[in-house]
Design a protein around this ligand. Structure first.
Ligand code: SF4
Ligand code: MG
Length: 329
């Protein structure tokens, strides 16, 4: 059984905007899945839907099986327990997620007291251990958020997410507000924790390079759908879908100083989820669109070993077809 299996997830906001459209995803323990796309593509909505954190009135259909149990069908009491012990979220911008008037140690201890029924002394001990796990001295428990740097605050957020020993971590743009050096440190920390504790990770970012450097697999979203999915390095280096290709050209590798300042941007804006283009939703921006693209919305289909793409032009690349039938050179 997979740690997480998402089947046909569809999210429609109260006004009728289709933010997520029929997404299927699968994640095993110890594995890292990157979810990429521009803002407004539905990736954050998808993350919120996994833990039923969307506003009332939002219609969510499909299945979200966490260890085989459908989160969308759970009673609220169970959902609350699952939000800490099953899966927890690290959001971007720790300054806004931490309460400025409480010491960070108390904020980490709160869910341990609440959901783990720990004694105050037990919660304090666990808080110290968690701080050390994320590379902070246990004594920093006494600090207020404004006394910490941005990177330290993000470490506190990660400690908080780990407080009730979740099986799955969902990290939404966890390093966006940080400078490149600190960003790399936080990414290594998340990777290390996932490996050591055999967690599952879903990392969300608009930056394909960051995801490719951290994750095993990538799913690229556009207009609420996954348009490409496959092994991270293959998707980043040789995307099959024209949108995924443009996204990977827009975000060169970390440390690739030469291309860093000359990203090839993507023309046009992502579509309004309340008024999606007909056919393939990418067609107004697609540099290789065919005459038929405004009429046909291609399904996600095989585009090479362990790879899928939703584009009429995305078959398996010639090299990969040959590799399946012949001895590699
Ligand atoms: Fe471009 Fe057509 Fe492929 Fe859509 S289906 S990505 S418009 S070529
Ligand atoms: Mg977002």
């Amino acid at each position: 059984m997979s740690l997480l299996e998402v089947r046909g997830l569809t999210v429609t906001y109260a006004g009728g905007a289709a933010a997520v459209r029929g997404v299927d995803l699968r994640l095993e323990a110890g594995r890292k899945l990157g979810l990429a796309g521009e803002s407004g593509c539905g990736k954050s909505t998808l993350a919120l839907a996994l833990l039923r954190l969307l506003p009332a009135g939002t219609e969510v259909t499909g299945e979200v099986l966490l260890d085989g149990e459908d989160v969308l069908a759970m009673k609220w009491g169970r959902v609350r327990a699952v939000r800490w012990a099953g899966a927890s979220v690290v959001f971007q911008g720790a300054m806004h997620s931490l309460n400025p008037v409480h010491r960070v140690g108390d904020q980490i201890a709160e869910p341990i007291l609440l959901h783990r029924k720990a004694t105050p002394a037990g919660a304090r001990r666990k808080t110290g251990e968690l701080l050390e796990q994320v590379g902070l001295p246990a004594a920093r428990a006494g600090a207020f958020p404004h006394e910490l740097s941005g990177g330290q605050r993000q470490r506190v957020m990660i400690a908080m997410a780990l407080a009730c020993d979740p099986r799955l971590i969902i990290a939404d743009e966890p390093t966006t507000a940080l400078d490149v050096m600190i960003q790399a440190q936080i990414l290594r920390l998340i990777e290390q924790l996932v490996t050591d504790q055999d967690l599952g990770l879903i990392m969300i970012s608009h930056d394909l390079a960051v995801l490719a450097g951290t994750c095993d697999r990538l799913a690229v979203m556009y207009a609420g759908r996954v348009v490409e999915e496959g092994p991270a390095a293959r998707v980043y280096e040789d995307a099959r879908h024209p949108y995924a290709r443009a996204l990977s050209a827009a975000f060169p590798r970390i440390g690739d100083a030469a291309s860093r300042f000359a990203p090839r941007g993507l023309a046009g804006d992502p579509p309004d989820p309340a008024a999606l283009p007909s056919g393939c939703a990418f067609h107004p921006r697609c540099p290789v669109a065919l005459e038929s693209c405004p009429e046909t919305d291609p399904a996600l289909r095989e585009a090479g070993p362990e790879r899928r793409a939703a584009c009429v032009l995305a078959g398996p690349p010639a090299g990969e077809v040959r590799a399946a039938g012949e001895e590699p050179e």
